[in-house]
Design a protein around this ligand. Sequence first.
Ligand code: HEC
Length: 200
Amino acid sequence: MSDEPKSCSVPTNAEPTATRSTVPMWIIVVTLLLLFLGLVFFDRHSGWFDAKVYAPYASAEQLDNAQPKSGAAAAMAAGKRNYEMFCGSCHGTDGAGKPGQAPPLAGSEIVIAKGFHRLAMIPLEGLAGPIKIKSQDWNFNMAPMGAALPDADLAAVLTYMRNSWGNKGGEVTADDIKTIRAEIKTPTAIAGDKLMAIPE
Ligand code: HEC
């Protein structure tokens, strides 16, 4: 025992131990810098998770500014949206109608008539039975697809229909729809001949 050198007292089969040292300062600094740059990038490009925001708009405010505020352009934009949601599936987004499904609105004598009284009755009351559109006979039924729409929304749909796909007509206002809606006592699908007897 006594002649064993002191320096060899560590057993060779011992668990290896790692030397512990502190994380270098530069790694912490670089990590924080990257985090900060990430936040700046997110701030500049995201719009803070606002659902209304997507490229190319950087903020909800920019998007709002890009929308038409009032007047004919706003009515047309709202009208297009609602038309495509509530009417386009049958009448087509191009207003050309669909054979065996729904008649065309582009060039339809009801849509481009001077007045829009007849036109407004259809989405408010529904339409039943034979009707002639652009010298073609149709004999289906349409439910009052626009009856649940607020006055302004239905007005915008009709304004859009009267001014799209080559149609040229005036603007329909929310007040117009309010007046026509008030005339309807019990909504029943109008027959085509009865509709054509109503003044334009
Ligand atoms: C589920 C299918 C369907 C939807 C949705 C629909 N329509 Fe119709 N629409 C018809 C059918 C079918 C006719 C023809 C009815 C007939 O033969 O009497 C018609 C006829 C018309 C007509 C008269 C004919 C013409 O071509 O000018 C107008 C105007 C009209 N629809 C407007 C609308 C508007 C506005 C909406 C949305 C608010 C709408 N429709 C949604 C099926 C639909």
